[in-house]
Design a protein around this ligand. Structure first.
Ligand code: SF4
Ligand code: SF4
Length: 329
């Protein structure tokens, strides 16, 4: 599409060839993609891009992540899935059976929480964790009335920015002026790019550390792996974790690897090593969550909302985990 071609050309033309992106790219470190080459118009093996965004965080003059995502959509010819038109999300939402397995969510009026595609389709019980965590600190919330994608997924890069923005504005408008919080930092970042405020739930929880400290609390040691999109919120994560009584392992953090063949397994193996000894790995991203929970014999994972729910004495979502946490208290 002409709009996208012009946008990519401008972003690529702004590259000064410093190669900082290569140095931080987790895929490049494992023999995968090369954002520098791609920005030069050469073959950067874009199919191995994880979409983590580390390249754009360090780039002094342009936005290689955006180029990589668009190029990946083009090169791999990833088209908008049929589910998007039918459900508003890029994959079919999970059924509602899980609701019978957790207590009722009593809708509150302080905020809406936006689940996002991964929660809707893969980990719907995290909706309850989000609702419960907010309820535990006195914030009454309800699910956003209109199910929607944040418009981040690679498949949707075949649309123009204007077309994608229109969907983001529908998310904003469906809240009717009520604040929106997201369970996924990728959603929060993508919406923010278009001026739609929908901060990650950890930002809201960090405003209520005193309320979290009054909860029954936890006696566990946790490793923090916020996820690439949530790394910028590290201080909020640390404040919320400390308020629950959980002990921070102080581990370095990195990329879960998502689902790029070969590279993902190597990255996840690194994460498991750096988190060794922790009772649980705390994440802020539902997509990271599902990859950590799928590691055979791995360390149990908790979304930050589940950690607060657990501190409030509610372990309802544990039954859906492949890897279950063992609590000392
Ligand atoms: S960090 Fe930015 S400017 Fe430097 S090579 Fe990569 S894309 Fe180009
Ligand atoms: S988004 Fe991540 S994996 Fe993709 S090029 Fe940038 S740093 Fe590398």
């Amino acid at each position: 599409m002409a709009d996208n071609i012009a946008k990519l050309a401008n972003l690529m033309a702004a590259c000064i060839g410093c190669r900082r992106c290569e140095k931080v790219c987790p895929s490049f470190a494992h023999g995968g993609c090369d954002p520098y080459l791609e920005m030069q118009g050469l073959d950067g093996n874009v199919g191995d891009c994880i979409g983590c965004g580390r390249c754009s965080e360090v780039c002094p003059s342009t936005d290689p992540k955006q180029v990589m995502l668009h190029r990946k959509q083009e090169v791999k010819d990833i088209q908008v899935p049929a589910a998007f038109a039918e459900f508003g999300t890029v994959s079919k939402p999970a059924g509602e059976e899980w609701r019978g397995e957790v207590p009722d969510m009593l809708p509150g009026k302080d905020a809406y929480f936006m689940p996002g595609c991964i929660v809707e389709s893969r980990t719907p019980y995290l909706k309850y964790a989000g609702w419960k965590a907010l309820e535990a600190v006195g914030v009454g919330s309800a699910e956003l009335p209109r199910r929607s994608c944040c418009m981040y997924p690679v498949a949707l890069r075949s649309m123009t920015d204007g077309q994608r923005d229109a969907y983001k504005y529908r998310v904003r408008d469906s809240a009717g002026g009520r604040p929106i919080v997201t369970l996924c930092a990728g959603c929060a970042n993508e919406l923010e790019r278009s001026g739609v405020a929908a901060p990650h739930i950890v930002t809201e929880l960090a405003k209520h550390v005193e309320g979290i400290e009054r909860l029954p609390g936890l006696d566990i040691g946790v490793a923090l792996e916020p996820g690439c999109s949530a790394e910028r919120l590290r201080e909020d994560f640390e404040a919320v974790v400390r308020a629950t009584g959980a002990e921070l392992a102080g581990n370095p953090s990195g990329c879960c690897g998502k689902s790029v063949p070969r590279i993902s397994g190597e990255l996840m193996a690194e994460r498991q090593v750096e988190c060794a000894g922790a009772d649980a790995i705390v994440v802020g991203c539902p997509n990271c969550f599902r990859f950590y929970d799928a590691v055979e014999g791995g360390i149990p994972v908790l979304h930050i909302a589940e950690l607060v729910a657990l501190a409030a004495g509610d372990d309802s979502t544990q039954r859906f985990h492949a890897l279950k946490i063992t609590q000392k208290a």
